[in-house]
Design a protein around this ligand. Structure first.
Ligand code: GLP
Length: 241
């Protein structure tokens, strides 16, 4: 695991965008793994700027979201499908039909989860996965205790994650209890993983997954076993290392 401590989220965004740009230049039909949450937003801004300014081309690329809430009505502004569209894919020239996410409204959830795994495999797997980390060390929505072998499936959110994400909803009561998420086994198959973390509220989780034991209680710690994982931190997020 390569840990890079940088001077703020602009620098982090530039470095992550450089990796996406290098990938797209060598492999125009690259498969991007897209995270939600606030951590990747500066990266999406930087990529949208490079598309606008330098013509960075996403026309042959595809994208797979990490996770989705269960039970939000279609088109809900906080469904991750909408967030990914609004914050990133609508701002570049990726084809809408090439942007995928787990179907949190499916009648048959296990079938939807298997179909999502199959779609990722059919696309050739994820080349570059952007990741954030939760304050409890979760990645995507793999909460503490998730199996390292897990695949896309339904999960319950713990209260801390619901509280952390309540800022995106009108009240805590509106935050769904259930989600679909790529598993840790799914995420580990991405060829390159870039995890971004900023701010002192992430310092403890960062210390645990970078320096602590690899343990299911800290899902992000599995990245210690990833052959190509890059962790981009600002000084506050790195302050407990
Ligand atoms: C949510 C998402 C994760 C994200 C995490 C941290 O739980 N499912 O993918 O990493 O939030 O979000 P933020 O970057 O806003 O701190």
């Amino acid at each position: 695991m390569e840990v890079v401590i940088l001077n703020g989220s602009k620098q982090i965004a530039r470095l992550a965008a450089d990796a996406v740009e290098d990938l797209l230049r060598s492999k125009p039909d690259a498969v991007l793994g897209l995270a939600t949450g606030s951590s990747p937003l500066p990266v999406y801004d930087e990529l949208a700027a490079r598309h606008e300014r330098d013509g960075l081309d996403f026309s042959r690329a595809s994208g797979f979201a990490l996770d989705e809430y269960v039970g939000l009505p279609p088109g809900h502004p906080e469904s991750y499908r909408e967030v990914v569209r609004r914050e990133f894919t609508n701002r570049v020239n990726i084809r809408p039909e090439n942007v995928h996410g787990p179907d949190g409204a499916a009648a048959d959830i296990p079938a939807a989860c298997s179909a999502y795994e199959e779609a990722i495999a059919a696309a050739g797997g994820v080349d570059l996965q952007i990741l954030g980390v939760g304050t409890d060390g979760h990645i995507a929505f793999n909460e503490p205790g998730s199996s390292f072998a897990s695949r896309t499936r339904i999960k319950s959110l713990i209260e801390q994650t619901r509280r952390d994400n309540a800022r995106f909803f009108s009240s805590l009561a509106d935050v769904p209890h259930h989600v679909l998420t790529q598993g840790l086994g799914t995420i580990m198959e991405a060829r390159h993983v870039i995890l971004l973390a900023t701010g002192a509220q992430k310092a403890q989780a960062v210390r645990e997954f970078v320096e602590g034991p690899v343990a299911a209680i800290c899902p992000a710690s599995i990245l210690q076993f990833h052959p190509h994982a890059t962790v981009l931190l600002d000084e506050a997020a790195a302050s407990a290392l």
